[in-house]
Design a protein around this ligand. Structure first.
Ligand code: ADP
Length: 404
């Protein structure tokens, strides 16, 4: 029997999201999540492709118990993890530093390196490691592959990857711009080239991944040359709860004048800033609804969000020199036509425009929203990070290059 299934695991500190895919036809067989791990009221939501969604609550004490619950749910659909059809498990790993430029089969050395990166990814890498170790215990015989959020950005030139600070200090603490959401930027830039009828090597694309977290990237011929997130996912665009770019002196000011600790400022900038800090809501649907009602703080939050986005579009236009497409993706990018419209309004001189009718269309398919005559294509390209992780995992374990 040929094994063509890949289980994709995205392990957070208190949650596990999963998808089982059949890579012979890239079909999703099941997906789900376990939330609030470690609490009395953990929740499991499991959706088989060919059946009803099942949801239940109960105490799930740790990641081991969570993965066993996932295995049990999959077994009920005849998709058990003990099946010989399972070819590999692909893990989303947030931080791969400079070292991991490709998806990597996990062994002890790889685990040690992911662990060594914990100081630069204290929130994410420990949870990713727990997920990997749990999955290894469940199926020690199976290849486990790490797919890094940072990998796609490792092609950035030093001029984009380095901060202009003392080199010795930067190197001693591994301070540089790593970028995140790389799996999505890789997938969307490739899918955009395909939409234009070009090979990835032929297309220059600005990708705008606008979810709750948000980042932009400049992709030249399939390779990332700049991205807006940096050492951590805090830099760059205005996000749901993160500030994005700000004068670093704001931090000293808050410490010296505001009497805040490093942890308090970390929490402020990551959790209580961005859209939620500006207007109390981080959901773009709610912000648009409030704007319709004439709410001024929602309008200002939207304007700040759009202003930053336009600055990055302009910056990456200059970085790339020639742009074939601007692609919008993730929750906001795929759904909020008002954001797309405002992001490129008045940029006809740069060859950028959206067609109102095309922009209003709702669809799950990649599509162009620019007028046919536009010099630069504007596209909506739904991202699929799980499919990308599964594709990279499968390509690695089967030793084939199915990405091209
Ligand atoms: P995450 O970063 O959590 O993966 P997503 O890519 O799922 O986020 O994006 C979630 C965000 O997408 C929501 O917070 C909301 O702002 C936005 N969003 C989702 N659906 C819509 C919609 N129909 N219109 C506008 N914004 C939307």
């Amino acid at each position: 029997m040929t094994s063509s299934r890949v289980l994709v695991l995205n392990s957070g500190s208190s949650s596990v999201k999963y998808q089982l895919l059949d890579m012979s036809d890239s079909r999703r067989l099941a997906q789900g999540l376990v939330e609030r791990i470690g609490e009395e009221t953990s929740r499991v939501k499991h959706s088989p492709a060919d059946g009803e969604t099942r949801e239940w609550s109960g105490a799930i004490s740790d990641h081991d118990a969570a993965l066993k619950a996932v295995a049990q749910e999959l077994s009920r659909d005849g998709l058990g993890l003990d099946s010989p059809e399972l070819a590999a498990i692909g893990h989303r790993v947030v931080h791969g530093g400079k070292h991991f430029t490709e998806p990597t089969v996990i062994d002890d050395t790889v685990l040690a390196e992911i662990e060594r990166l914990i100081p630069v990814a204290p929130l994410h890498n420990p949870a990713n490691l727990t997920g990997i170790r749990t999955a290894q215990a469940l199926r020690p015989d199976l290849p486990q592959v790490a797919v890094f959020d940072t990998a796609f950005h490792t092609t950035m030139p030093e001029s984009a990857a380095r901060y202009a600070i003392d080199v010795e200090t930067a190197d001693a603490h591994r301070i540089r711009r790593y970028g995140f959401h790389g799996t999505s930027h890789a997938y969307v830039s490739r899918a955009t080239a395909k939409l234009l009828g070009k090979a990835p090597e032929e297309a220059n694309v600005i990708v705008l991944h606008l979810g709750n977290g948000a980042s932009a990237s400049a992709v030249r011929g399939g390779r990332c040359v700049d991205t807006s997130m940096g050492l951590t996912p805090l830099e760059g665009l205005v996000m749901g709860t993160r500030s994005g770019d700000l004068d670093p002196a704001v931090i000293f000011h808050l410490m010296r004048v505001g009497g805040m600790s490093a942890d308090e400022i970390d929490n402020l900038l990551n959790k209580k800033s961005g859209l939620i800090g500006l207007c109390g809501d981080n959901d773009m649907r709610e912000i648009r609804r409030r704007i319709e009602e004439g709410d001024e703080s929602a309008q200002l939050a939207f304007d700040i969000y759009i202003h930053r986005l336009r600055k990055y579009i302009g910056a990456y236009y200059a970085v790339l020199g020639r742009v074939d497409a601007v692609a919008f993706t993730a929750g906001v990018g795929e759904n909020a036509s008002a954001v797309r419209e405002a992001a490129v309004a008045g940029l006809a001189e740069l060859g950028l425009a959206v067609d109102d009718e095309l922009n209003a269309v709702r669809s799950d398919e990649p599509r162009l929203i620019s007028p046919p005559s536009a010099r630069v294509a504007v596209a909506v390209v739904p991202t699929d990070e799980e499919l990308e992780i599964a594709t990279q995992t499968y390509a690695l374990v089967k030793g084939s290059d199915i990405l091209t």
